[in-house]
Write a protein that binds this ligand. Structure first.
Ligand SMILES: Cc1cc2nc3c(=O)[nH]c(=O)nc-3n(C[C@H](O)[C@H](O)[C@H](O)COP(=O)(O)OP(=O)(O)OC[C@H]3O[C@@H](n4cnc5c(N)ncnc54)[C@H](O)[C@@H]3O)c2cc1C
Length: 240
């Protein structure tokens, strides 16, 4: 059976790998000239199903737990399983209680334990939640690793063309993500915003989520001295 996957972001590449493993002949097509330049290029790469359960349905937790193993196996050496630390300033302690009431898979940590986990946060937070089972990766090298693996396994890539003749394929899998907002019912656009920080003054071993009633944010460590900071989640139909 010949499969055409449209979209070479994380959804397209992971689908391609799963279908290839099942012995199907897969072609991936993307209008962009390089893989993974859509939302996947800007993602935090947090593999955080327990934290996500704060606002997501149970399926995200159930499937997300096996996704941690999936990524570790598919992108050897790229997943860090050092957990997630969730903190809030003392004045926002109610936020921590609210987050805890909506999630599971954490233990309460005090100031001393926070300092043990993240020495550079010593003395800054009195209470936190530690989600030990979570992990993270840098999406850019992870997507590149998936791409290499797919090419080695015979997947054909068509990148950078406006369209592809899909006549010869038995099935088409649409992984074009945001491009379908407005034409697929039930699909809504949510935009995240991020920035990269470079500093040698701080080091972190794991994603840290800072709770706040209006502007919660998270920091994901990349290579030494580099941090991805993400904040907003905006409901919008625009790609931005
Ligand atoms: C700032 C930010 C932080 C995030 N942090 C996390 C996180 O920590 N953890 C997490 O799990 N998720 C996170 N996400 C969400 C995650 O990035 C997205 O859910 C995911 O990348 C979506 O992948 P996708 O493959 O569906 O879409 P995309 O990566 O957008 O891929 C869609 C692809 O389709 C292509 N395309 C468009 N139109 C066509 C067409 N007509 N034909 C062919 N190809 C087409 C595009 O060029 C693109 O390559 C974050 C997102 C953002 C923006």
């Amino acid at each position: 059976m010949r499969i055409l996957i449209k979209g070479a972001g994380v959804a397209g590449l992971t689908t391609a790998l799963e279908l290839t493993r099942r012995g199907l002949a897969v072609t991936v097509f993307d209008t962009a000239p390089r893989i993974g330049r859509g939302a996947s290029w800007f993602a935090g790469g947090m593999l955080a199903p327990w934290c996500e359960r704060e606002s997501a349905e149970q399926a995200v937790l159930d499937l997300g737990q096996s996704a941690l193993d999936w990524w570790e196996e598919a992108t050897p050496g790229l997943v860090s399983r050092s957990g997630t630390l969730v903190v809030a300033p003392a004045r926002d302690r109610a936020e921590l209680a609210r987050f805890a009431s909506r999630t599971s898979g954490y233990r309460l940590v005090d100031e001393e334990e926070i300092a043990g986990l993240e020495p550079d946060l010593a003395g800054r937070f009195r209470h936190g939640l530690f989600f030990e089972g979570e992990g993270h990766l840098d999406p850019r090298p992870a997507l590149a690793a998936l791409h290499r693996c797919l090419v080695e396994n015979g997947v054909v890539f068509h990148l950078g063309d406006k369209s592809i003749d899909d006549g010869g394929f038995d099935r088409i899998v649409d992984c074009t993500g945001h491009a379908q907002v407005g034409s697929l019912s039930g699909l809504r656009g949510v935009r995240g915003e991020m920035l990269y920080l470079a500093t040698d003054e701080v080091s972190l071993s794991r994603p840290v989520r800072l709770l706040h009633p209006r502007i919660p944010l998270y920091i994901v460590p990349r290579e030494p001295g580099r941090f991805m900071v993400g904040a907003t989640m905006i409901e919008t139909e625009e790609a931005g």
